[in-house]
Design a protein. Sequence first.
Length: 544
Amino acid sequence: MPACLAAVLEPFRGLAAAGWEIIGARRQDGAMEPRDHLERFGDRPAVHMTGSDVVLTYRDLDERSKQLAQLFRARGLRRGDHVAILMENHPRYFEVFWAAIRSGLHLTPVNWHLKPEEAGYIVGDCGARALITSSTLASLAAELEPAMGAVEIRLCVDGTIPGFESFESYENAIAGYPAEPLDHEVEGAIMFYSSGTTGRPKGIKRRLLDDAFGTGGGAMLQLIQYAYGFSENTRYLCPAPIYHAAPLGWSTTVQRMGGCVMMMERFDAENALAQIEKHHITHAQFVPTHFVRMLKLDEQTRNAYDLSSLEVAVHAAAPCPVDVKKRMMDWWGPKLYEYYAGSEGNGFVAVGPEDWLAHPGTVGRPMHGKIHICDEDGVELRPGEAGQIWFDSGVVFEYHNDPAKTAKTFNTQGWSSLGDVGYVDEDGYLFLTDRMSHMIISGGVNIYPQEVENELTMHLDVADVAVIGVPNDDLGEEVKAVVIATDPTKAGPVLEAELIAYCRSRLAHFKCPVSVDFVTELPRLPTGKLFKRELIARYRTPAD
């Protein structure tokens, strides 16, 4: 790998002006699709499940994705329609992905940790005409019925859902269709769901171009080829849930190149080390929580595995504490490559190990999109001054069914923002300092306080509430509720347990408070707006 990532990526800096989207739409040298790999290595693994040792070859992937694409077309789905997938880390996930992409469809991954009402909202809001799930998630899928009025195609992998005859066996359904390409195959797109200021998730919708299947992923392919050394010989460890943007996006880009995705059913610190040794992993992607948990293994366990095959460990999704990253590089060597970006695709900031050591704590320099740091009035700030981060990249996207949020994301110059706060130093390196929305990132997962506050506000014993993220050595942050009790005499451990249980009965557990503090007042402005930054400061030390 190059000693300086910035030097390798320098040619990418001008892509915004030169037409990043155009470059991303062209087929690049070395860019292929599953169908292209058949003659060279049809029986080579496209994905290998590390727990079950189930292997899906490129031949399997090509043929089954063609069959599912034929099913979609025969049952009326056309370019621009939406498909939702609710599935655990499973090899069939990639069959569904490639079937949707080669059919010109929007594919929406649904987080299987969500409650039925939350998952159902996404299925209904994206306008899914097809839903593919698995027998493992049958109980959750069965509870989505109220939101599935528009879902015409309902398929279940590895069996059926007892009592819900509307779900067909995936395997039986695609068996009736030929493994032949559609007459006209065009590139589709993923529509990931993020969250808005109200706490309701919003689909990030990218414009579909009329590009032939096989021409997508060009910019991403260039990036991971030339910046991170990915190739057809890459053995890429995916330890995170595949419904997240980075695991799915990077895994399928590896498949565009002909590499092998080694997918863990779930993350376990020691098992991740074991898989690196066992399968001679060359590249892997983590979140800081993974690093923390591996570092907490005893020294004998950490040193028991041969990690010499690992060339690059990419990490993102949440800020990585400086001490954690230094300890990881002391252990693994200068192999950690960090980036900062969003599913919106409006910017990409990256840093390699040498540059990071020279600028500890940075997330890097912009490789796609020019950065502007602005105050609340839109005035650009000087180096070292923190403000909202805006990207000038020319990328256009929208939040599905939310024109107000879309409009708020862009300013009058056409720059877009993910709502984060930070500053750049004199050398142009970006440092993140806060989030405009005070989003909580716990274990690499985004949690939006407003959604939790909305639930707790309705409890009879809660007069007022604020939900914030507080430091957690393992997860980075954990969720804390700060509550004014309706009856101050009830404030205490019993009510704390009741409020946590109340929240867990309505939301996915990872979103809910780990602890509740009781106070007599919350810092609100005269307008009634909660001054959350002041509240957060009470739980932070200068070191944090």
